[in-house]
Design a protein around this ligand. Structure first.
Ligand SMILES: [Zn+2]
Length: 117
């Protein structure tokens, strides 16, 4: 049984949009390299979406390890051009993934960090 407690419905019109651990998600299909990626289905709104949707990995053309490496370099304070040279990708690629990761991190932060008392 897949643990889907960290996932939520990605459909903004869904009544359970953004709610984790509600039990509305199930794995309806697998795809990608060695069928390693899951397609999730929401029982509340019937939407189907990739488990990677909303993350920097969604529709990524780079191998996952390269994306992680790019973001690790940025996280350690390495500049855009420097990161591009070290990882072997274009500087615009570094910028694109940094923006995607920043957006995802902000959304996650806003969702997980509650108001200070
Ligand atoms: Zn839904």
């Amino acid at each position: 049984m897949d643990d889907l407690s960290k996932f939520c419905c990605q459909e903004t019109a869904c009544p359970d949009f953004g709610k984790r651990g509600v039990g509305n998600l199930s794995v309806c299909n697998r795809y990608g390299p060695n069928n390693s990626r899951r397609m999730l289905r929401c029982s509340s709104c019937k939407a189907r979406f990739s488990e990677r949707k909303g993350t920097p990995f969604f529709r990524s053309q780079l191998p996952d390890e390269t994306v992680v490496s790019v973001l690790n370099h940025i996280n350690e304070g390495c500049g855009i051009r420097k990161t591009g040279r070290l990882v072997g990708v274009n500087k615009d690629t570094v910028t694109r993934y940094s923006l995607l990761a920043g957006k995802h991190a902000k959304e996650l932060h806003d969702d997980l960090v509650s108001f200070s008392p």
